[in-house]
Design a protein around this ligand. Structure first.
Ligand SMILES: NC(=O)c1ccc[n+]([C@@H]2O[C@H](COP(=O)([O-])OP(=O)(O)OC[C@H]3O[C@@H](n4cnc5c(N)ncnc54)[C@H](O)[C@@H]3O)[C@@H](O)[C@H]2O)c1
Length: 304
């Protein structure tokens, strides 16, 4: 069987459970050596533990190669050490999958600034820090004349792309990760690094309460050929393909993978254009312009 990631070295953050574990198992199955990062926190970001060990055990048991890392992705030094660990253990770094995440859901009037800050820290700062350290490494390789084929795969969410009640912290972070993906794809393209974002699905510790259909499923609880619509590893083959040399020319894309479907997402296009034909708009006339020529309705914000 030919494998997509033979000889590659990957870091997967938050890979001790759920979707990240699914990614780590798939990357290893495709031949990559994997640094399995996980802080081992609860779903609200409190606590820590060695949850990465179980994923490493599963990979090793299946004949793959992996080492554990217990870093906090929101910490600058921890993330530098994580990149250094991959290079130290396996001699190179090819793939960074930014997946670690927590939730602290509350309507905006009940959410505390701490709930906002911690969720932004893990998702957004964590993704940026890993991108930053990997970019510094790959740029120095490119400047030294090496052909770099770096891969960054970020994790966004439907909440960030279309909004979700009770998630003003999480949705903000996930929308920002889509924006970060677009900008860093432009910055890193010239040195051979692609940056894409995947919006996964699955019944995990984060989503089990929301989806309301029983406890979380870990990817390894399902048989190799067993189909489950909420399989946390459902998006992992797409992550592995984006990480491969086959996807060298795919960058700046946001792709949702839900059940057996792949959705290419496109946002913020110029949907309607109107011109005043004058130096400046007249504010007293804009109500009619917006209702008639732009929105085609008086109440564009209200959903049915
Ligand atoms: N489950 C879904 O339906 C769904 C949908 C869209 C996006 N996502 C995203 O998928 C990713 C994985 O979430 P999941 O659903 O598998 O949840 P999960 O709780 O099973 O896994 C998240 C992992 O991240 C780890 N983690 C938390 N904070 C960390 C930190 N500071 N440093 C390192 N690791 C940390 C946790 O310990 C946990 O193992 C998240 O980014 C989440 O937002 C999930």
């Amino acid at each position: 069987m030919s494998r997509l990631l033979e000889g590659k070295v990957a870091v997967v953050t938050g890979a001790g459970h759920g979707i990240g574990r699914g990614h780590a198992l798939e990357l290893a199955k495709q031949g990559a050596s994997v640094v399995v990062n996980d802080l081992g926190s609860a779903r609200d970001g409190t606590g820590s533990g060695k949850d990465a060990d179980e994923t490493v055990r599963l990979i090793t048991e299946r004949g793959g190669v992996a080492v554990a890392n217990y870093a906090d992705v929101g910490d600058e030094q921890d993330t530098q050490d994580l990149v250094d660990q991959a290079i130290g253990a396996f001699g190179r770094l090819d793939i960074v999958v930014n997946n670690a995440g927590i939730v602290r859901d509350r309507a905006v009037w009940n959410m505390t600034p701490e709930d906002f800050d911690l969720v932004i820290r893990v998702h957004l700062r964590g993704t940026w820090l890993m991108t930053h350290h990997a970019a510094v490494h790959w740029r120095s390789k490119a400047k030294a004349g090496e052909a770099v084929r770096g891969r960054i795969i970020n994790t966004t969410s439907g909440a960030g792309l279309v909004g979700n009640f009770g998630q003003s912290n999480y949705a903000t972070a996930k929308a920002a990760i889509a924006g970060l993906t677009l900008t860093t794809s432009l910055e890193l393209w010239s040195i051979g690094v692609t940056v894409n974002a995947v919006g996964p699905g699955g019944l995990t510790r984060l989503s089990a309460g929301v989806a309301g259909s029983g406890g979380p499923i870990e990817p390894d609880q399902l048989g190799e050929d067993e189909y489950h619509p909420m399989d946390p590893a459902g998006s992992s083959p797409v992550v592995a393909w984006l990480a491969s040399d086959e996807a060298q020319h795919v960058t700046g894309q946001v792709i949702r993978v839900i059940r057996d479907k792949i959705y290419l997402m496109r946002g913020w296009t110029e949907a309607v254009e109107v011109s005043s034909g004058e130096r400046r708009w007249d504010a007293t006339k804009l109500g009619t312009v917006f209702a008639t020529d732009i929105f085609g309705t008086r109440a564009p914000g209200l959903r049915p």
